[in-house]
Design a binder for this molecule. Sequence first.
Ligand code: NAP
Length: 253
Amino acid sequence: MTHTLPENFQPAADCLKGKNILITGAGDGIGRSAALAFAQHGATIVLLGKTVDKLEAVYDEIEAAGGPQPAIYPLHLNGAVMKDYEDLRDTLEKEFGALHGLLHNASILGERKTIAQTSIESWTEVMQVNVNSSFMLTKALLPVLDVPDTSSIIFTSSSVGRQGRAFWGAYAVSKFATEGLVQVLADELVNTSNIRVNSLNPGATNTAMRRSAYPGENPDTNPAPDALMPLYLYLMSDASRDKTGLQWNAQIK
Ligand code: NAP
């Protein structure tokens, strides 16, 4: 069963005030929109990604809008190893003390081919960026996320991570793995911590990833990332404090 934003939800202007939130892939697409929306609602954002110019542009936008001063943490998820994630945790602990939110957003599409045609290199890279990095980042950050009040981890899924589809190859399989990680982690944490864990499927959204997956499609037929932000704000704010282990859809289609 999937869930959508409660009809009556209106994010309060300061619903994320005092919260420190890390976003992967914060320089572009949905991650960029989430960084701006979370900061606009009071959060201090750690912008993690691989292209520093893009992260700096988001940093500047947050500052220009009068949001809390963000931080930039450049990291290539392809090559990062556990020590890199532990270093990140130590830095966060030193600079912020605690983390109240983690949005696993960065992903790559890989090859749009049949399983038989998919190269080992592409399969391995997709699994590394979309699954292994989320596992390592989560494992490293759980201690700083276990705050006395409540914290939220959002994993980004996809329609093809809930129902398999031809030619979506490693990407689809990586999103099935993401759904599994959410279910196992949420079940482990539900009675032992204040951390909640949910899976969010943005649905077709006008970003570089969608345009590359569907080059023949008119990009304007899909919503811009900003249109999805109410669900992101709901799942990151205390309004969803009793929700864990659930599958969410940002769009009703
Ligand atoms: P996007 O526009 O391609 O943005 C992806 C972000 O992830 C970029 O900021 C990118 O950084 C970063 N990233 C990619 N590989 C990375 C790596 N190895 N290390 C660090 N950062 C990396 O994609 P999007 O459409 O916003 O997608 C966001 C999430 O939504 C993904 O999990 C995607 O699977 C999911 N999703 C999207 C759609 C859709 O229609 N757009 C639908 C369903 C699910 P650079 O810009 O520096 O490369």
